[in-house]
Design a protein around this ligand. Structure first.
Ligand code: MOS
Length: 739
């Protein structure tokens, strides 16, 4: 009887016990003899230069081994490819580029000694006023280079239409709105850390990263060390959300310090330092203008954004091009983006970078249009449903967004919604109740990935790739995929990841890791079982020796032929072979020139806003996702719920406040940067419409890491409008905006 595959079922995390018992080792948990501790010194002005640093007291403080500053530097090289990261290296000059930048590294025997000494460093500056006001930069904003091949400004106009503004002017109905959101910080539970251990000219770096390979390459580039001599180990990552996809300068600085001191060195960032030494999501100001016929057919979509970046590099949000560009059918379409370079820390990828901000604007605007036209918001979206990527003739490899709307509306009870704003209260009349919905869209990305499958004489199979598990469940996904491809129980699969020495993998970002390893595991398993079959036929000690190739086949962990069924472990033992293995890359799938690849979803939520205090509270959330086949139903639900919670935080709570005079991030801590906690989060009903997307890849699997956070803030804003009649254009939706 064929074994029941765990693929698509709800599987508990195989690393769950390790995580809850403290057995899982994160970057800073690795211990070494003579381990020294680094502590960063950061600038306390926003722009200017360092005149002098008095390090005497720090150097004489107990336990201190070294105080590195621009006056006693470690040699580092600024990264040439600064996409997503900063464009300068610390300690190489005395310039202050932003408040909270690295200006020193104190290394001492203990963390406490290093922290104490860092506080004794006296720095004097020549300060200049930083450019820190986002709005003041609009007039001099510039068009950024293409992001992932998409130009920042694009127009698709019907024949005879001279401009998007003409198309809007000719539309029967128009709605226009400005939308804004503050800087947001990732605030992964695990702060960034680096532990560097040199031996024989090679360095091993323990650090939480989304991409062990990229991290190793980046560290080599920053330090000038031969890439072949940098080994990154990162088995567990306490959240990343894009901020551990690139390398921040604290990592190479620690590697260089360890080399200079001839001792292992570990540097752990404080929560406050993670705000400025690593990345954040840009602040974004957007304008959407929609033109439509009276019966709700879009005739023009115009979506422009300003996003902040840093004069010190990084990657700004790119909203319109990744949402309005791809979301709805419209004969006339304009997307545009400009960036404002400020003297602030460096923006980077943050969960659905671009789709997140863009969807808040377009999905709020679509709600406004629906209200204006008195058309149901789902019906309005269906009247403009795109079946080809707008402006092209490329159909989606698989698109079932219409089913998401249908299934979600049914499960949520959308039909009970009263479309008239401020018309529903709860039983005692204290809370205004509203419902809102929105669309989620995120590109299905494919990056090069290799996987090794190794069949071992003890009957286990090792499945490995240099990807990462940043809480996403990749350890379990690899085990499930291995069990499925080989037809063996989950318990016999030994996954391995989080190590740059494993088969090459771009890492876990762009919601692409599962979609990369899924076809990769299959291809490697096929190759490995073919090698096993050859061994069975060729090896004189094999019971299958000399049989015709067609008479022996692999199935469910065994070789089968001539009336015999022999497990691969037994066969390997009989033939005295420790293991057979194969490394393969997943086949590419359909041609991107012919197809568009995206995942989709629909959010539905109910909010309650207190009649007197304006306090908004979510009471229900339903999200339906179209992302191809789901590998682990339990982890996938968690992943989508986590994305929705990210959106709830964005909608109601989050925002990094920049002090305009100094460029200081004024609430760089978890007391004042508000994140959703359990009472802020209702039950989230997550469902999947599963259609194998075998045009995308042979495994039919797309990604889900970022999708849940696309559109979820708009769903909340739309529900708040339905509850109160107030349209909040400026996130977060705090109670003062509802009074
Ligand atoms: Mo994601 S922002 O690509 O880690």
């Amino acid at each position: 009887m064929p074994r029941r595959s765990p693929f698509g079922t709800a599987v508990n995390r195989i690393d769950g016990r390790l995580k809850v018992t403290g057995g899982a080792r994160y970057g800073a948990d690795f211990r070494f003899d003579r381990l020294a501790n680094g502590y960063l010194v950061v600038s306390t002005i926003g722009r200017g230069s360092i005149r002098s640093m008095d390090t005497g007291a720090a150097e004489h403080s107990p336990g201190v081994l070294a105080v590195f500053t621009p006056f006693n530097p470690l040699k580092l090289f600024a990264p040439a490819d600064a996409a997503g990261a900063q464009n300068w290296a610390p300690l190489q000059d005395t310039e202050i580029r932003y408040h909270g930048q690295i200006i020193g590294l104190v290394v001492a025997e203990t963390f406490e000694q290093a922290r104490n000494a860092a506080a004794l460093v006296r720095t004097s500056y020549d300060a200049r006023p930083p450019a820190a006001s986002f709005e003041a930069g609009f007039p001099t904003a510039t068009i950024p280079p293409p992001s992932f091949g998409e130009p920042a400004v694009q127009d698709f106009l019907a024949p005879g239409v001279s401009s998007i503004d003409d198309a809007l002017a000719a539309s029967e109905v128009t709605v226009t709105g400005d939308y804004s959101q503050p800087i947001e910080n990732h605030n992964a539970m695990e702060p960034h850390s680096t532990t560097a251990v040199w031996q024989d000219g090679h360095v091993t770096v323990y650090s939480g990263t989304q991409s062990p390979n990229r991290h190793a390459g980046d560290i080599a580039a920053w330090t000038g060390v031969d890439p072949a001599k940098v080994h990154v180990i990162s088995p567990f990552v306490g959240g990343g959300f894009g901020n551990k996809a690139t390398t921040w300068s604290c990592a190479p600085l620690t590697v260089a310090a360890a080399q200079a001191l001839g001792r292992p060195v570990r540097t752990v960032l404080t929560r406050e330092q993670t705000f400025t030494v690593t990345g954040h999501r840009s602040t974004v100001a957007q304008t959407v203008a929609l033109g439509a016929t009276r019966d709700g057919v879009l005739t023009a979509v115009k979506h422009d954004a300003y996003s902040s970046t840093s004069a010190s590099g990084g990657r700004p949000e790119s909203g319109p091009g990744t949402t309005s560009r791809v979301l709805y059918r419209s004969p006339n379409l304009h997307v545009g983006q400009k960036v404002v370079a400020l003297d602030v820390p460096v923006p980077t990828f943050m969960r659905a970078p671009g789709e997140n901000s863009g969807s808040f604007a377009i999905e709020s605007a679509m709600d406004e249009l629906a209200i204006r036209l008195r058309i149901d918001p789902i019906e309005l979206r269906m009247r403009n449903y795109a079946t080809v990527l707008p402006g092209t003739d490329r159909a989606w490899s698989s698109k079932h967004l219409d089913e998401c709307y249908r299934v979600g509306a049914e499960a949520f009870g959308w039909a009970r919604r009263n479309p008239v704003p401020r018309s529903v209260t709860n039983e005692d009349g204290e809370w205004l109740v509203g419902m809102g919905m929105s669309t989620a869209i995120y590109p299905a990305n494919r990056f090069a990935t290799s996987v090794k499958v190794r069949l071992q004489a003890d009957g286990t199979a090792a499945v490995s790739s240099a990807t990462a598990d940043l809480g996403t469940g990749m350890w379990t996904v690899l085990a499930i995929l291995g069990a499925d491809a080989l037809g063996i129980p989950l318990e016999r699969v030994r996954p391995d990841l989080g190590d740059s020495a494993l088969p090459n993998n771009y890492g876990a970002f762009g919601s692409a890791s599962t979609a990369g390893v899924a076809p990769g595991v299959r291809a490697a398993a096929d190759s490995a079982t073919r090698a096993l079959t050859r061994l069975a036929l060729d090896n004189p000690r094999s019971p299958f020796h000399g049989m015709a190739p067609d008479d022996v086949r692999y199935g469910d962990g065994s070789l089968i032929g001539g009336g015999r069924t022999i497990g691969f472990g037994t066969l390997l033992e009989l033939t005295g072979t420790p293991a057979v293995e194969a490394t393969e890359s997943g086949p590419a799938g359909g041609d991107p020139a012919k197809y568009a690849f995206h995942s989709f979803g629909a959010h539905f939520c109910e909010v309650r806003v207190h009649r007197l205090t304006g306090e908004p509270r979510l009471s229900r959330f339903t999200t339906v996702i179209d992302a191809g086949l789901i590998v682990n139903m339990k982890a996938a639900r968690s992943q989508i719920a986590g994305g929705v919670i990210f959106g709830i935080g964005q909608a109601l709570l989050e925002g990094t406040r920049v002090e305009a005079a100094t460029g200081r991030f004024a609430n760089a801590n978890l007391a004042e940067y508000l994140l959703p906690v359990n009472p802020d989060v209702p039950d989230i009903d997550v469902r999947f419409v599963q259609h194998a997307d075998t045009v995308f890849n042979p495994a039919g699997v797309r990604g889900i890491g970022e999708l849940g956070t696309v559109g979820s803030a708009a769903a909340v804003a739309n529900a708040v409008h339905n509850a109160t009649g107030r349209r909040v254009h400026d996130l977060p939706i705090t109670l003062d905006k509802l009074l």
